[in-house]
Design a protein around this ligand. Structure first.
Ligand code: PAF
Length: 281
């Protein structure tokens, strides 16, 4: 595995691979890798001749400076995991390399970015689009891999790729979970042991709620999930929405869409966790 830090070196090496007719997969990450990321790398390694994994904590997608400062950084452990997983190139640029000038581009993904994480984290998806588009231009991959845990992010990146006419296949991969059901996240390592135990209630409430569909109404399911998690003071719900899986707009009844997903963002102590569950597909 090669470690590369500049876009020009990355482009040179990838051009040689492209001239040999080799396919390229990109897995964009912010590091602090866990089995969820590695499942994306495994998929890319299976699908492509060359797999590039970027490790870059992107400052423009953090609307909260404390969240950026607190974000875990574990490059040595990440490199070991990537090497084992068969990654070809790990791309670890500096902030100056990715943003030689402030990125003044503003993207609009309406209505996808006007719900859930959009209002909850102003500027977040603009920052994601800035960095992912830069990575797409730098790597020009055939395929790019994202986790379904960031459900809204995947929908927005698909739209951005179309808006920019980029010939890149966006591959979304299933959520990976601990045995307890807790969705794997780099943020889990910031939870105390006690919080981590309690955080398992989030996926349990989501899974349980799927067993009531379609007998209970959308409103009843929302109330069930909110009530299941409101009794414990460690939790502070940011939102739980039941949405059309394609348009991300709220549904009122199970007949409103062919693909329906419940998306939750909840604080467990100080740590912001997200998860989702499919109700209908
Ligand atoms: O999902 C993430 O880790 C980030 O949002 C991404 C896609 C790597 C962009 O910084």
């Amino acid at each position: 595995m090669k470690k590369i830090t500049t876009i020009s070196d990355l482009k040179k090496i990838l051009q040689i691979n492209r001239e040999k007719g080799l396919s390229i997969g990109l897995v964009p990450t912010m590091g602090a890798l866990h089995a969820g990321h590695i499942s994306l790398v495994n998929k890319s390694v299976a699908d492509n001749n060359v797999t590039v994994v970027s490790v870059f904590v992107n400052p423009t997608q953090f609307n909260d400076k404390n969240d950026l400062d607190r974000y875990p950084r574990t490059l040595d452990a990440d490199t070991t995991l990537l090497e084992k997983a068969g990654c070809t190139i790990v791309f670890v640029p500096s902030v100056e390399e990715m943003y030689p000038e402030p990125d003044t581009r503003t993207f609009s993904f309406a209505p996808l970015d006007q719900v859930m994480e959009g209002p909850a984290r102003p500027g977040h998806f603009n920052g994601v689009a800035q960095i992912v588009s830069k990575l797409f231009y730098a790597v020009e991959p055939d395929r790019a891999y994202f986790g379904q845990k960031d459900f809204q992010q995947v929908a927005i990146i698909r739209l951005m790729t179309k808006q920019l006419n980029l010939p890149i296949e966006i591959v979304s991969c299933p959520i990976m979970r601990e045995d307890s059901g807790l969705a794997l996240s780099s943020r889990n390592m910031l939870l105390s042991d006690e919080e981590r135990k309690k955080a398992t209630k989030i996926s349990l409430a989501l899974f349980k709620s799927t067993t009531f569909v379609p007998d209970k109404s959308v409103e009843e399911i929302k109330a069930f999930v909110k009530e299941s998690l409101s009794s414990d003071l460690v939790f502070r719900m940011e939102y739980f929405e039941i949405v059309d899986g394609y348009t991300l707009q709220s549904v009122k009844s199970w007949d409103d869409a062919s693909y329906i997903v419940g998306c939750i963002t909840i604080y467990c102590g100080k740590i912001r966790l997200i998860d989702n569950v499919v109700y209908k597909k």
